[in-house]
Design a protein around this ligand. Sequence first.
Ligand code: TGC
Ligand code: FAD
Length: 392
Amino acid sequence: MAITDFLELDRTLSDEQRIVRDTVRRFVDAEVLPHIGQWCAEGRFPEHLIPMMGEMGLFGSTLPEEYGCAQVDSLTYGLIMQELERGDSGLRSFASVQSGLVMYPIFSFGNDEQKKQWLPKMATGEKIGCFGLTEPDGGSNPIGMKTRAVKDGKQYVLSGAKMWITNGNLSDVAVVFAQTGAAGDHRAVRGFLVEKGTPGFKVNEVQRKIGLRASNTSELVFEDCRIPAENLLPGTSQGLKCALMCLNQARYGIAFGAVGAAIGCFEEAVGYTAQRAPFGKSLDHYQITQMKLADILTQITLGQLICFRLAALKDAGALQPEQISMAKRNNCRMALETARRCRELLGANGITYEFHAGRHETNLISVDTYEGTYEVHTLILGQKITGKNAFD
Ligand code: TGC
Ligand code: FAD
C-alpha cells in the first residue's frame, strides 16, 4: 500500500480505472518529471506531449466514443487529472481547458456540425482550444463583462478583450463568452467559436509569470472581429449559466488535480527527510518533522475522500455546484499549504527546479486563484449555508 493511499481507496477502483491511472502515472514519471524544471525555467509548455496525451485518450475523456473520445467515468477522469497535476499544474491545466472548457461546451451547446468539426480532432490533440471568460478589469464577476457581440447580417462583430487565457497562444479555436444584450443581462450572454487567424482577433502571450511557467497564458483581443453567425454555440441560450456550467467541469478536475500536486510534494518530502541528516540523524527522526508529515498526509487523505465522493455524485447526476465549490476551495488551499510545508522541509533545495515542491507551490498560487478564487467559493458556500447572497 502506498502511504498516500492511507485509506486504501485504491481497493475501490475497478481494474480499468487502475490501469488508466497507472498509465498516466508512468507517462508523467517518464516524460514529464525528468524535464519539467527545464521547461519551467524556459517558460514554455511542452507541446511535443500533446499527441501523446491525445493517443492516451486524455482529452475530452468523458465524452462519447462517437467523437473519438474515451468515454470514461467521472472517477477515471478525476484520476487522470490527479496524475497529470502530480507532474505539473500546467499539464493538468492544458488538459482540463481542452476537455472541460472547450470540448464540453462544444459537445453540450454546439450543433452537430460544430461537434463533428472540432471534437474528433480535439480528442487527438490535432486541434487545440482555449476558453475566454475573464476580462482585464476583473474575473470574479463575469457578468460585468465588456466584450460585446453584435449581430450584423450573417455575422457577429466581436469587440473587447479576454485576459489570463490558458492555451491562448496555442489554440486553433477559442470559446468566447460575450454580451449580446444590455450590460449586465445574464440571459443575453452567448458563447462563440472564434478561429485562429480571424481578422481582428489577436493573441498576446503573458510574459514573466512567477508560476505556471510551463503553461501558456494569453490575452485575447477582439477589434471589429467578424465571425460567421453560425459560429454561435446555439445551446448557450441560457446565457451566463452556460459558462458557469463549463466551470463546474473544470473545477471538478482541479479538485482532483490539486490532490495530485500535494501527493507529488509529500512523496518528495518523505524521501528527502529520510536522507537528509543535518544533526547526524535523518530529519524524519525528529518529532517536528513527523508532526508535519502526519498533518500533511491527513489533509491529503481528506482531499481524496472529497474527490471520490464527488465522482460518485457526478456519475449519479446528483452533483451540485456548491459541492464542487467546497472541493475546489478546500483542495486547492490544502495543496498550496502542503507545497509550502514540503518546500520548507527541503530547506534551500526547496527553492530550486531540481526539486518539485517549490515549483508546485508557485503553480498552486494560480490554481487557488483561477476557476473562482478561494473568496468566491467561500461566498458561494456562505450563500448555500445562510441563504444570503453576499455578491449583491
Ligand atoms: P448567479 O445570479 O448566481 O447565477 C446566474 C445563473 O447561473 C446559475 N449558476 C450556475 N449554474 C451552473 N453551475 C454553476 N456553478 C452556477 N452558478 C450559478 C444560477 O442558478 C443562475 O441561473 P438562472 O437559471 O437563475 O439564470 O450569477 P452571478 O453573476 O451572481 O455569479 C455568481 C458567481 C460569482 C458565483 C460567478 O460569477 C462565479 O463563479 N465567479 C467566478 C468566475 C470564475 O470562476 N471564472 C473562471 C474563469 S475560467 C478559468 O479560470 C480557467 S483556469 C483553467 C485552467 O488553466 O485550468
Ligand atoms: P478579481 O476578480 O479582480 O479579484 C481580486 C481579489 O478580490 C481576489 O482575491 C478575489 O478573491 C477578491 N474578491 C473579488 N470579489 C470579492 C468579493 N465579492 N468579496 C471579497 N473578495 C472578493 N480565465 C479564463 O476565462 N480562462 C482561462 O483559461 C483562464 N486561465 C487562467 C490562468 C491563470 C494562470 C490565471 C492566474 C488565471 C486564469 N484565468 C482564466 C482567470 C481567472 O479565472 C481569474 O484570475 C479569477 O477568476 C479571478 O479574477 P481576477 O484575477 O480578475 O481577480
